[in-house]
Design a protein around this ligand. Structure first.
Ligand SMILES: Nc1ncnc2c1ncn2[C@@H]1O[C@H](COP(=O)(O)OP(=O)(O)OP(=O)(O)O)[C@@H](O)[C@H]1O
Length: 253
């Protein structure tokens, strides 16, 4: 696809009942880049993020039209296999949500569901995923301990490792550091820089500095619309729309 576009969104509208939460969204999300979604509370960032792996399908009264092409294929097509889609497009949430199982089992769970049974293969996946999430050194001696005994920052990296274990192409992150302390936040921001070599990342953040630090491109949402999308440096240094400027300079939101 042109310009290394991984996800192409065209004329996307989403309604919760009568309420239109997304209005004619058109953006291209580039492969191996980090795209930040910013904007005031309630403007539709999380809703949009969830359209990218069809998590909104789980909500009643949602109506969606338009197109989202992942590697050129329409994810809302009736032929699209949801299990494969959610494997290809993983998600990390705001609050770390490990399963109440061991560290090892948290990572091995997904691969097992996808049919991998051999212990040595699972061991490899667990190590590789934990290394990929920059957590291996901290947990390699406690793989059989409960994941809920880890710190919040470790739990969030565990959730990232769990996501990596099924080998997605795209990782969606909904305010992944908002529940974490500054040091854990920095670890995850550094990790994102590493992960983008192998994955396409879309991140919702309320933290302007974070968007500026980690992302390559930024989309500014307001009232369900994308007001402006551009290279992050351009959005922050010379926003084209006054509303973008007002938001990033802290005048509202
Ligand atoms: N399940 C739902 N049913 C009805 N309305 C919803 C639902 N989820 C979200 N909305 C509404 O859709 C709009 C967009 O919400 P969304 O959570 O996507 O915004 P957001 O930009 O992510 O906000 P925040 O930054 O506060 O998380 C809001 O007006 C919200 O109230």
């Amino acid at each position: 696809m042109l310009n290394n576009t991984k996800i192409m969104v065209r004329n996307l509208n989403l309604f919760y009942g009568e309420f239109q939460a997304l209005k004619d969204i058109n953006i291209d999300i580039k492969e191996n880049k980090i795209t930040a979604l910013i904007g005031p509370s309630g403007c539709g960032k999380s809703t949009f993020l969830r359209t990218l792996n069809r998590m909104n399908d789980l909500i009643d009264h949602v109506r969606i039209n338009g197109q989202i092409l992942l590697d050129g294929l329409d994810i809302y097509d009736s032929q699209c296999d949801l299990i494969t889609l959610r494997r290809n497009v993983g998600m990390v949430f705001q609050k770390p949500n490990p399963f109440p199982k061991t560290v090892y089992e948290n990572i091995a769970y997904g691969p097992k569901i996808h049919g991998i049974k051999e212990k040595s293969t699972l061991d490899e996946i667990v190590e590789k995923s934990l290394r990929g999430a920059a957590l291996w050194d901290e947990v390699k001696d406690r793989l059989d301990k409960p994941a809920l005994g880890l710190s919040g920052g470790q739990q969030q990296r565990l959730c990232i490792a769990r996501c990596l274990a099924v080998e997605p192409d795209v990782i969606l992150m909904d305010e992944p550091t908002s529940a974490l302390d500054p040091i854990s936040t920095l670890k995850i921001e550094n990790l994102l820089e590493e992960l983008k070599k192998d994955y396409t990342i879309v991140i919702v953040t309320h933290n302007m500095q974070q968007a500026g630090r980690v992302s390559d491109e930024t989309a500014f949402f307001l009232n369900g619309e994308i007001i402006e999308m551009n290279l992050t440096d351009s959005i922050f240094s010379k926003p084209k729309d006054k509303r973008t400027k007002d938001y990033i300079t802290g005048r509202f939101g």
